[in-house]
Design a protein around this ligand. Sequence first.
Ligand code: SUG
Length: 442
Amino acid sequence: MSDLKTVEVNFDGLIGPSHNYGGMSAGNLASAANSGDISNPREGALQGLEKMRHLLRAGFTQGVLLPLPRPNFDLLVAAGFSGSDGEILAAAAKQAPRLLRAAYSASSMWAANAATISPSADTSDGRLHLTAANLSTMLHRSFEHPDMVANLIAVFGEPDKFAVHAALPMHSDFADEGAANHVRLCSEHGASGVELFVYGRNSQQAATNFPARQTRLAGESIARSHGVDASRTVFAQQSKAAIEAGAFHNDVVCVGTLNTLFFHELAFENTEEILTDIRRAASGLFDLKPVMVAQAEVPIEDAIGSYLFNSQLLQWPGEDRLVLLAPLETQETESTRAYCERLVAGNGPIGRVEYIDVRQSMRNGGGPACLRLRVVMTPDEVASCHPDSLLDERRIDALQAVVKRMYRDQLSSADLADVDFANECRAAREALLDVLHLSELA
Ligand code: SUG
């Protein structure tokens, strides 16, 4: 029996005080285009908090994941730097500036890459399973997972209800980028669903021009360890054309929720076969509603430039049809704005589009969908997770006050060498942890 009160909780990654444009992600066109620019961590974090507030006010249950400790001194020490913090930073700035930018990366803000989630309705042991993503393809993301596991255990600590799995082995055969390459479809959130694991390459296939960051083996491994019914699981290959056009994660060209899959014509290698597989896996559960956007209507370059698909597709309280929460860039791109107008004028499953400002994150290739990790939770699970990680207006106000007081509004790569800035980052994170009573993570 499905449970009507099971909800999809969005846990947004809060943008950290060291948010910078490091040019770290090959194949992510925004990261390359804005490399070296001055960033504004304060504005970024405030934009993220306003998105969370917007959804909270609309009636959603909204969670948050706080930034990880940066700079990561362990990385710099592993690279042979030694001495005081100040000495390490100064030497790294001179000898290995790219490594220093990696050590400071605030990339855990993109919570869609934190983990892959299987809700308890889909798993053999009836627990909610979370596997931290190894993010092994990009250096600056590859060391997120140990701290992320600690974070996830702090939030989902009750072992009878939640199973937090460590990341898959750190090898390119197991390359895994988490929920960004995973879609769950169902009739309603509490019912058992179909899990779509999207991959860019088979494990032994070499990366092409732009790296395919997810292997099929990674998805298969996660599906096995979560205990997802094989007949309700689909593996789908991302198209090479999409990766080469800059879709470094599937969620740049596809988003799905409930029975609706919204995707670009060039998203998958073999669209017809994938739709057939999903329909077969969904038999007896729901009727799939595919919404495919034709290349002739929205060229893939516009889809990627505007992040049309990197939107949150939401069952908005009180509305019959789904709502697409898209970045402002989608409104500012002629083809995608016009497409959205036609979309809502039609009688398909998406009835409204809202635009939201997350520009600081967008300039590093992260739209509204990248910033959140979706966790479908029963009322019991909501009651069992760390309560302060679920937001109310007061907690948002308190986080906002820390950001306003302790985050810089201008950050350049030269600032990363300054030990005062490293200390500021530590202090800001501790103040954020304090607000949510998570000081054990300090
Ligand atoms: O992994 N950008 C992130 C963006 C992640 C977007 N997430 C999803 N699509 N779900 C990435 O490429 C850029 C950081 C820099 O260049 O400083 C960066 O890591």
